[in-house]
Design a protein around this ligand. Structure first.
Ligand code: NAI
Ligand code: SF4
Length: 420
């Protein structure tokens, strides 16, 4: 497939504005300023079918329409670059290799929604990305793409970078906004959604890096062309971060809806040392596990939801026959226990209890009752305040359901069968 999102990344100095301009960069934004009303941009994005690539898949055009319809001022345009989901490293590639595509996407989005101030909330662990983005923003200002009365129009917009400090929860958009306001990063109740009451309680669009990198090319080549890629009900290209026991881990740009089997065995080269595939977490740490028999599934939002899991950020984590499923679930739950912000009890206590139980089972001290307890705790965690707690139990409860025999083996042997 022709590369769309990653079309620029292999060029030498792809992060510099001269290289970007030489290959058609900022033409989409110029076209928008000249030929499109804000409503035209929103219609084009709606017709393209673009859905948010951060993980939830909310229709981008609709989000922009909601923000445009709110006339409180000022309005803010925020790029969520706090890529914290374990094994997710797709946005990093855009930030480091094609930062001007991100800036151009933000410019077009801000024009469409009437935003005058932009923020990139950048993962604290991306210092190279920060340096590159700062340089790119400065270059864009020097060439007149950011600032007052851009390219002689009455549209003004500038972008500032805010670095995160390593908290996973700050990738949740309302916690991100709290953090941007200088407060402790804890989620707010939704609704109201940020499009109406976000940063400083003003209308705020929050879009993921990959989502925004799609925008210039949609304007350049049109919604019809864009929506011909991928699944009809979920179009466009998608970046998949593939890691774990594959021969060629990495970021793969493929049509949305590419079968998981094809991603693992064709693009990522199959399983290391030609071992047997055991399990896959198809959408990051909070997705439900799939067994080797379930990998014919299409990797898009609706197909994975139908399969009882989710696409999330598109982080494909592959386990082979030598991996212990209990240990894998324990690792993921330990991550969530550490990253739970502690605001609500179901998540704060639930993650801790599940870690204790998994630890017990992995170390030969578990009982069959523990499996039912994990299921009960997860039901309570469904009532958590935000998405982190609502999904954190997924790796535990889904592995208990699909790999019950392996859990029972740990309990019967009173040790991990993978440790001799
Ligand atoms: P959500 O479904 O609450 O919202 C998705 C987006 O749509 C938000 O921007 C929200 O403001 C907007 N929205 C939803 N309904 C709306 C309405 N009626 N009016 C206006 N706007 C509306 O999902 P959430 O909690 O924002 O994201 C969850 C996803 O994030 C998960 O699928 C997870 O995979 C992913 N995630 C990604 C990470 C990464 O590093 N990329 C890290 C952690 C989670
Ligand atoms: Fe914090 Fe977890 Fe509750 Fe979200 S679910 S508010 S992360 S404690």
């Amino acid at each position: 497939m022709e590369r769309v999102i990653l079309r620029n990344v292999d060029r030498e100095d792809s992060h510099r504005i001269d290289v970007y301009l030489k290959h058609g960069g900022y033409q989409a934004f110029r076209k928008v300023l000249k030929e499109f009303s804000p409503q035209d941009v929103i219609e084009e994005i709606k017709r393209s079918g673009l859905r948010g690539r951060g993980g939830a898949g909310f229709p981008t055009g609709l989000k922009w329409e909601f923000a445009a319809a709110d006339f409180k001022e000022p309005k803010y345009f925020v790029c969520n670059a706090d890529e914290g989901e374990p094994c997710t490293f797709k946005d990093r590639m855009i930030i480091e290799k094609d930062p001007h595509a991100l800036i151009e996407g933000m410019l077009i989005g801000a024009y469409a929604t009437g935003c005058s101030v932009g923020y990139i909330y950048l993962r604290g662990e991306y210092p190279i990305g920060k340096r590159i983005l700062l340089q790119a923003i400065e270059e864009a200002r020097e060439r007149g793409f950011l600032g007052e009365n851009i390219l002689g129009s009455d549209f003004s917009f500038d972008i500032h970078i805010h670095s995160g400090a390593g908290a996973y929860i700050c990738g949740e958009e309302t916690a991100l906004i709290e953090s941007l306001e200088g407060k402790r990063g804890e989620p707010r109740i939704k609704p109201p959604f940020p499009v109406n009451a976000g940063f400083m309680w003003k209308p705020t669009v929050v879009n993921n890096v990959e989502t925004l990198a799609n925008v210039p090319v949609i304007i350049e080549r049109g919604a019809e062309w864009y929506s011909s890629i991928g699944s009809p009900d979920c179009p466009g290209p998608k970046l998949y971060s593939v890691s774990g026991k594959v021969k060629k881990p990495g970021v793969y740009e493929l049509p949305m809806g590419t079968p998981l089997e094809e991603i693992i065995f064709e693009h990522a080269g199959g399983i290391k040392e030609d071992r047997k595939l055991k399990a896959v977490f198809p959408g990051g740490a909070s997705s439900c596990v799939l067994t080797a028999d379930e990998i014919h599934v299409k990797m898009d939002f609706p197909s994975l939801a139908k399969a009882g899991t989710m696409l999330g950020s598109g982080a494909v984590m592959v386990l082979d026959e030598t991996d212990c499923i209990v240990k894998a679930a324990l690792r993921l739950l330990k991550f969530f226990r550490h990253e739970s912000c502690g605001k609500c009890a179901p998540c704060r206590e639930g993650t801790d209890w599940i870690v204790r139980i998994l630890y017990r089972i992995e170390n030969g001290k578990g009982s069959e009752d523990d499996l039912e307890t994990i299921v009960t705790i997860s039901e309570t965690m469904e009532n958590s305040f935000c998405g982190l707690g609502m999904a954190a139990h997924n790796p535990a409860v889904s592995t208990v359901k699909k790999f019950r025999d392996e859990y029972l083996k740990h309990i019967a042997l009173k040790r991990c069968p993978f440790k001799e």
